[in-house]
Design a protein around this ligand. Structure first.
Ligand code: SAM
Length: 246
C-alpha cells in the first residue's frame, strides 16, 4: 500500500475535506451584506463541494468550483445533480496558484480551508485580479485566536510556517488590496464535522494495515493533528475573513 492510497481510504468520498459547516458558510455569506442580484461566484479548492452547494442553494447564483483533484469534482457533480443544482455549478479542474480565468470574471471569491496552498497573502494578491470592482472575498484560514501552548505553536510553525494571528492576517489582507469587513472563528463543532468521520475510518485502517509502515505513517500524521487540536487550549481555529476589493 502506498501513502497516497491509504490517504484516499482515509479521506476519499467524505462530505468535506476541511473544518466547516453549512451554518458557518451561511454566516459568512450573511456578513458580506447585500449582494448584487446577478452574482458569479468562484469557489477555490472546492474539494467535494459542501460549501459550493450551500452557496448555490442560498444565493441562486452561478458557482464555478475549481479543484485539482478530479475525484472531488466528480463527487461534487453527482451531489449537485441529486440536489437539483447541477445547472448552476460548473466544475473546473485547475491550479488555484494559476487560476485559468480572465481578469474581473467574478463578483465573489470563496475559499474554505484552501488558501494555505498558495499562502494567505500570496493567494489574496494573485486572486485580486479575478474580481470585478468592489468584488467580495470570503476565505477561511487557520489562525491563532489565543496564545498557544508551546507544543501547539511548535507543531503549526513547522507544519505551516505562515500561521499568524487574526490581527496579522487582517493586516495582510489590507496589504493585498482589500478592505476587511469582518472576521469570525469557526466553532469546535466544525472541526468535529471534519475529523470525526476520518477518526472512525482510521480505527479500522490501523488494524488493516498494522504491518504496513507507510500506511501507518499516514494514519499517525492524522492522529497527531487531532491530538494537537485537543491539547491546543482553544488557541487556534479556522477564521473566516470577509473582504472587499479596494
Ligand atoms: N474547500 C473544501 C472543503 O472545505 O471541504 C476542501 C478543502 S481541502 C483542505 C483543500 C482542497 O484544495 C482539496 O480539495 C485539494 O484537492 C485542493 N487543492 C490542493 N492544491 C490545489 C491546487 N494547487 N489547485 C487547486 N486545488 C488544490
Amino acid at each position: 500500500m502506498n501513502g497516497a492510497q491509504v490517504w484516499w481510504e482515509l479521506n476519499g468520498e467524505l462530505a468535506q475535506q476541511g473544518p466547516g459547516s453549512d451554518p458557518s458558510t451561511l454566516r459568512a455569506l450573511d456578513a458580506l451584506g447585500p449582494l448584487p442580484t446577478t452574482l458569479q461566484i468562484l469557489d477555490m479548492g472546492c474539494g467535494p463541494g459542501r460549501q459550493t452547494r450551500a452557496l448555490a442553494a442560498a444565493t441562486g447564483a452561478e458557482v464555478v468550483a475549481l479543484d485539482r483533484l478530479a475525484p472531488f469534482l466528480g463527487q461534487l457533480e453527482r451531489e449537485a445533480e441529486r440536489a437539483g443544482l447541477a445547472n448552476r455549478i460548473a466544475c473546473v479542474r485547475g491550479d488555484m496558484k494559476q487560476p485559468p480565468f480572465r481578469a474581473q470574471s467574478f463578483d465573489l471569491l470563496w475559499s474554505e480551508g484552501a488558501i494555505y496552498i498558495p499562502g494567505f497573502e500570496a493567494g489574496l494578491r494573485e486572486w485580486h485580479r479575478l474580481l470585478r470592482p468592489d468584488g467580495l472575498v470570503a476565505v477561511s484560514e487557520l489562525s491563532w485566536v489565543a496564545s498557544p501552548p508551546e507544543e501547539t505553536r511548535a507543531f503549526w510553525e513547522a507544519a505551516y510556517p505562515e500561521v499568524a494571528d487574526v490581527e496579522a492576517n487582517r493586516a495582510r489582507a489590507e496589504r493585498a488590496g482589500y478592505e476587511v469587513l469582518e472576521s469570525f472563528g469557526l466553532p469546535r463543532g466544525d472541526w468535529h464535522a471534519y475529523y470525526d468521520p476520518i477518526e472512525e475510518r482510521a480505527a479500522g485502517l490501523r488494524l488493516a494495515y498494522a504491518d504496513d509502515p507507510e500506511a501507518l505513517a499516514v494514519l499517525s500524521g492524522h492522529a497527531t493533528e487531532v491530538s494537537i487540536l485537543e491539547g491546543s487550549q482553544g488557541s487556534y481555529t479556522y477564521v473566516f475573513y470577509l473582504l472587499r476589493k479596494r
